[in-house]
Design a binder for this molecule. Sequence first.
Ligand code: SF4
Length: 254
Amino acid sequence: MKPASATKTKSSAESGRKPAAKDNRKKAAAKIARGPKQAPTDPKRVRTILDRLAKHYPNAVCALHHSSAWELMVATILSAQCTDVRVNMVTPALFRRFPTAQAMTKASQAEVEEIIRTTGFFRNKAKNILGAAQRVVSEFGGKVPQTIEELLTIPGVARKTANVVLGSWFKVGVGVVVDTHVMRITQRLELTKASTPEKIEQDMMKIIPQKGWIDFSHRMIHFGREICIARKPRCADCFLEDVCNSKDKTWSTH
Ligand code: SF4
């Protein structure tokens, strides 16, 4: 084995090259190794991300337990600032006692609050659920409407809830569900520079084919729970690591 000193490269003074030139050569070599830089929203890159999500989560569906559009709407209202697991713990009792919008109109604020207390922000959520029941019964004959315009007139229903109900129950993809997982991951993957759910949704609708809108959110949400988690993403186990340049990465091959 050669002595350590023999393996050293020549200093810039010895080689006659300037240090800056050496740095540039290193950068150029690294660039060749990575291949040409792709724009973050390059259709090929987006396709790669969508295909890999589909491969890993082919059957991803909404994790909120429900058996009707009304139940899904209520569960989604309850899921704000709360985990789906927690929501699924309180909804069986709530739906048993008040199974329909019509039944919910007979509930008192205190009764609903008592059942949903552990989901957080329970006063406001109870108020919204009661308001939603009143509106669904008085304006839509007790049936949850199937258009985003009508859904958005219901208390407690913003675009996320409307998209969840339309996509998961009615199988109508007119928007992209942007929850906390979708928001974080689309930013990490540089699919958007926006910081509000509304703007991120608009950005996703531009780069993802409409037929993939419903599945995209379900898959992203599963990916966000299992791999690209908020605090310490599991980058060493991530199937998108080679196309991810997030500053949040905990491990990197490039
Ligand atoms: S490499 Fe890390 S930060 Fe990037 S998508 Fe995967 S888990 Fe998330």
